[in-house]
Design a protein around this ligand. Structure first.
Ligand code: FBP
Length: 545
């Protein structure tokens, strides 16, 4: 039965994503190698782990070169958290695969990486793809957070790809999932498999970027959803003039989402985890900073405000970060009945001083990559509790005589499945098309990337980026392993400096911007605006969003 769709969804499925000129010839695109690559850091150790796929050159579309099109059979898997545009990666891939010749086929693995090792897949046909063009969500084939790591799982993936005679497997995921893709590419190379493994950079967190990979898809749409909501809250705060709103924003171990939303809305106080780590600021110091902003605004006649908190803040506070790292190692080991008893003295004292709810949340199961689930930790509540305590102390000392009434929010899931903006719709469609070109050329262990994203989409440059070139060694589950490096907010880069130069003013005055809802129709400069982060990183200054 045909499902009912909203008028917007119906209108939006008719949108035709704009392709970079370089990709107009679909899979017949020939690719030319650049210089060999290394790794972000720890090159020798990364080479040892990836002897067959390390050091490959980047690939760019060459003038007139063709790769010799043949009918392709490809599999695609969506991995990790949802991000707007996933369906368009599949649509771009589908169109390129379908154009490669009669008998071409696209398999969609169901429920994330587990679908690959259990061989759970469906053939994606034109009718299915049509229904999902330009829609948000990953519900076409769903996602999952399983990791492909054991020898059995790797062998099962090999078996699946051989059985389906895949020319390529496209892994759409974040840093951890693309690390998985690199492992799979190396394993397939070791076994002389014909399946090329290609990654696509996905995550609303915005922390999968390096060199030619300028942004992960989904960041644009998700931050616009959050900014619209935060803008509305800023206006409510100013209208009612009685609440401080504390808003935790998704982004896991990076504060890009929070920084972007601050730049789009000019909320009064924004905490950036990376700066806090650099400063070595303690929870007590952070509490003082926020309480001081409350006190100063009250003195200026404003007993309201908006404070943005990155969900990963807790890991950036040095003493909390140490505590979480210790807990991660303890929980990764077997038979920890009461993990708190195994903490070192300093961490144990800190742990015991935390509110019971936070203690429980810190002990929740880790994800399959060994990460703490920061989305489950109510950091904004921890902070409002501490700030309220501090203001009470100041009241008793005669330093503050105002009121501090709070509202707490957590924005994350609200933005991950929104219909992609024009930017994300175009970007993801192009990434899917280019992934097919990499497969047609037999290039395994590559990430599909489009560069020059601040420019018009017709001018974007496709680049094949070796996955190993994005790697470094990190400790995971107590072991040293090569992983794709997370790009954190850089306090010496333009997006942060722009924010830092204005934050004193934003804290005291009401300079709020109200970005409003995402526009899918209307003037180009509204529909096609780039995030402030992308603009500032690309050297475009000035203007609000
Ligand atoms: P990815 O890194 O997999 O894209 O996930 C992003 C994210 O939305 C984080 O911002 C958040 O902490 C996490 O997923 C939540 O995970 P879950 O969906 O499993 O609750």
């Amino acid at each position: 039965m045909q499902r009912d769709v909203s008028p917007l969804e119906r209108a939006r499925t008719g949108y035709r994503p704009r392709l970079p000129r370089a990709l107009e010839s679909t899979t017949a695109t020939g690719l030319e190698p650049g210089d060999p690559t290394s790794a972000v850091r720890d090159a020798e150790a990364v080479r040892d782990r990836f002897p067959r796929t390390f050091g490959r050159p980047t690939l760019r579309v060459g003038p007139g070169a063709t790769s010799g099109a043949r009918a392709l059979t490809v599999g695609v898997v969506l991995s990790g958290g949802q991000a707007p545009g996933g369906h368009n990666v599949i649509a771009g891939l589908f169109d390129a695969v379908a154009a490669s010749g009669d008998g071409a086929r696209l398999h969609g693995f169901l429920g994330g990486p587990k679908g690959v090792f259990t061989g759970d897949a469906v053939v994606l046909d034109a009718k299915t793809i049509e229904r999902f063009r330009n829609t948000g969500g990953f519900d076409m084939i769903r996602s999952g957070r399983d990791k492909i790591e054991t020898a059995e799982q790797l062998a099962a993936c090999r078996e699946t790809c051989t059985r389906l005679a895949l020319d390529g497997l496209v892994v759409v995921g974040g840093d951890d999932s693309n690390t998985n893709a690199a492992v799979l590419a190396e394993h397939f190379a070791e076994h002389d498999m014909a399946t090329a493994v290609v990654g696509v950079p996905k995550t609303i967190d915005g922390d999968l970027k390096a060199g030619p990979v300028e942004a992960s898809f989904g960041f644009d749409t998700a931050t616009r959803v959050y900014a619209a909501l935060v803008g509305n809250i800023c206006r409510d705060a100013r209208s009612a003039a009685k609440y401080w709103h504390f808003i935790r924003l998704m982004g896991r171990s990076a504060s890009h989402v929070t920084l972007e939303v601050a730049l789009q809305t000019r909320a009064n106080v924004t905490l950036i985890g990376e700066e806090i780590r650099e400063q070595g600021a303690t929870l007590d110091e952070i509490t003082n900073r926020v309480a001081e902003a409350v006190r100063r605004r009250y003195a200026a006649g404003r007993s309201y405000g908006v404070c943005l908190v990155p969900e990963g803040l807790i890991e950036f506070i040095p003493e909390m970060g140490r505590l979480i790292a210790e807990l991660n190692d303890i929980l990764a080991g077997a038979g920890a009945d009461d993990p708190a008893t195994r903490l070192g003295a300093e961490s144990r004292a800190l742990f015991e001083g935390l509110p019971p709810a936070i203690r429980e949340q810190l002990l929740l199961d880790r994800d399959s990559h060994g990460n703490v689930l920061v989305s489950q930790i109510d950091t904004e509540l921890l902070l409002t509790g501490k700030v309220a305590q501090r203001l009470d102390e100041w009241k008793r000392a005669g330093k503050f005589d105002g009121s501090f009434k709070t509202q707490n929010h957590f924005f994350g899931y609200e933005g991950r499945c929104a219909a992609p903006t024009d930017f994300d719709a175009d970007y993801t469609y192009g990434l899917g098309r280019f992934a097919a070109a990499l497969i047609a050329g037999g290039h395994s262990g590559y990430m599909s990337a489009l560069s020059g994203l601040a420019a018009d989409s017709a001018d974007w440059t496709p680049v094949g980026v070796p996955l190993t070139s994005l790697m470094q060694i990190e400790t995971r589950k107590g072991k040293q392993v090569p992983v794709i490096a997370k790009a954190l907010v850089r306090t010496d880069a333009e997006p942060f400096s722009t924010f830092a130069a204005a934050r004193e003013r934003w804290a005291l005055e009401d300079e709020y911007l109200y970005p409003g809802a995402i526009q899918y129709f209307g003037p180009d400069e509204v529909r096609g605006a780039r995030t402030r982060t992308l603009q500032l990183e690309s050297g475009v200054r000035g203007g609000g969003s």
